[in-house]
Design a protein around this ligand. Structure first.
Ligand SMILES: NC(=O)c1ccc[n+]([C@@H]2O[C@H](COP(=O)([O-])OP(=O)(O)OC[C@H]3O[C@@H](n4cnc5c(N)ncnc54)[C@H](O)[C@@H]3O)[C@@H](O)[C@H]2O)c1
Length: 326
C-alpha cells in the first residue's frame, strides 16, 4: 500500500469514527485508528477483523507519543475526530475539553504540518451557530455564536486552524447533529434518543420543542470524509463546510412526528417548555452540495426504522450511561 493511501483517524473508536474507519477501509485505504478508549472499545470490533487496519491506543494530549506515531506512520491524511463531545460532557470535564478539543488539535495539526501530511480534516459542529434571530438558513459566512464550552472550544480551534492553514490543505467540517446506528452507539443524541423512547413505548420529556437544528446520518459523514480523502482535486488552504442537507433541518416537534410516523408508533412525550439549551438555528448546506457534490443518502425516517429494528433484536442490552457521553 502506498503512503498516499494511508489515513490516520483520531477518535476511531467513537460513534462517528468507527464508521469513518470502516468506510475508508472498504474503499481501499490503510487506516491507523487512534483513541484513548474513554467509552470502551466496542466501536473497534468491526474494524479489528478487517485487513489494513491498525489500532494505536493513546491519549492525543500526550504530544510526544503522537509525534512519535506520526513520524512512524507518515499518513497522507489526518481525520481528526477525537474530542470531548457535547455540552454535558464538556461541562463535566472542562479541563479535559479545553486540552483535547483545543490544545491537542493545535499540537496535532503542527505535527501533521511538520510531517508534510497532505490533508487535515477537522470535525467541527453546526452548534457553533448557537442561536439565530432569523429563521433564514445560515451559511459558512454567518457569524458564529457559541453558547457552550463545547462550541467555544470548537470555534477557537476553527479560528486557530484558519490562521495557520496556509500551507496544509485543511477541511473544517461543521457537522449537523448525527444520528443512526453505530458500533459505538450513542442514545444521548436527539434523534437516537427520541427513536429509542418511541420504539420502546417509553414516556419522555421534550424541552424547547419549537427550536430548529440540522441532523445528518453517521454513514453520510463517513461517505463525505472518504470522498475528501480520495478526491484528486487539491483545495489549498482552509475549506469550511456545513455538513448535512437543507431538507434535514427540523424542529424537535417535527422530528418526533417523523420518527413516530416512520415506525408506526405513538410518541408518549411531555412538552416541558423552556430548557437550559438555547440553541436554535437552521443551516444551509448549499456549499458542500455544490463544491463537494455531497448529497446525504439517509434521513431521520431511515434512522428511526434502523434503530427500532436494532432495539427489537435486543442489540443494546445494557442500561445506564453505556450508550452516552456522560
Ligand atoms: N455526534 C454528533 O452529533 C457530532 C456533531 C457535530 C460534530 N461532531 C464531532 O465529531 C467528532 C466525533 O464525535 P462522536 O459523536 O463520534 O463522539 P464520541 O464521543 O463517540 O467519540 C469521540 C472519541 O474520541 C475519543 N477521545 C476523547 N478524548 C480523547 C483523547 N484525549 N485522546 C484520544 N482519544 C480521545 C473518545 O474515546 C471517543 O472514542 C467530534 O469531534 C465531535 O465534536 C459530532
Amino acid at each position: 500500500m502506498s503512503e498516499e493511501k494511508r489515513v490516520l483517524v483520531t477518535g476511531a473508536a467513537g460513534y462517528i469514527g468507527s464508521g469513518v474507519c470502516r468506510k475508508l477501509l472498504s474503499e481501499g485505504f490503510s487506516v491507523i485508528g487512534m483513541d484513548s478508549l474513554m467509552y470502551g472499545a466496542t466501536g473497534l470490533l468491526p474494524l479489528l477483523v478487517m485487513p489494513r487496519f491498525e489500532f494505536v491506543r493513546l491519549d492525543i494530549r500526550d504530544h510526544s507519543q503522537f509525534q512519535q506515531q506520526l513520524d512512524r506512520i507518515r499518513p497522507f491524511a489526518v481525520v481528526h475526530l477525537a474530542a470531548i463531545v457535547g455540552d454535558p460532557a464538556c461541562k463535566k470535564m472542562p479541563e479535559a475539553a479545553r486540552q483535547t478539543n483545543l490544545d491537542a488539535t493545535k499540537a496535532l495539526f503542527g505535527v501533521a504540518l511538520e510531517n508534510k501530511t497532505s490533508r487535515f480534516i477537522f470535525a467541527s459542529t453546526c452548534s457553533n451557530y448557537g442561536l439565530s434571530d432569523s429563521m433564514a438558513l445560515l451559511s459558512e459566512d454567518n457569524a458564529l455564536n457559541p453558547l457552550s464550552l463545547y462550541a467555544e472550544t470548537k470555534v477557537e480551534a476553527e479560528r486557530w486552524l484558519i490562521d495557520n492553514s496556509a500551507t496544509l490543505e485543511t477541511y473544517i467540517l461543521r457537522f449537523g447533529t448525527a444520528h443512526g446506528l453505530s458500533a459505538r452507539m450513542r442514545f444521548d443524541l436527539t434523534v437516537n434518543e427520541f427513536a429509542q423512547a418511541i420504539a420502546m413505548g417509553s414516556p419522555f420529556d421534550v424541552y424547547d420543542s419549537e427550536t430548529w437544528r440540522p441532523y445528518c446520518h453517521v454513514n453520510d459523514f463517513s461517505d463525505l470524509i472518504c470522498h475528501i480523502c480520495a478526491d484528486k482535486k487539491i483545495r489549498a488552504g482552509v475549506n469550511v463546510f456545513n455538513v448535512g442537507s437543507d431538507e434535514e433541518n427540523y424542529r424537535k416537534i417535527d422530528l418526533i412526528n417523523t420518527i413516530a410516523q416512520a415506525t408506526s408508533r405513538t410518541a408518549r412525550f411531555t412538552d416541558i417548555g423552556r430548557g437550559a439549551d438555547r440553541r436554535n438555528y437552521r443551516v444551509s448546506f448549499a456549499k458542500v452540495a455544490a463544491e463537494l457534490r455531497f448529497k446525504p443518502r439517509y434521513g431521520v425516517a431511515y434512522s428511526a426504522r434502523q434503530i427500532s429494528e436494532a432495539l427489537g433484536l435486543d442489540l443494546f442490552p445494557f442500561h445506564g450511561g453505556r450508550y452516552a457521553n456522560v
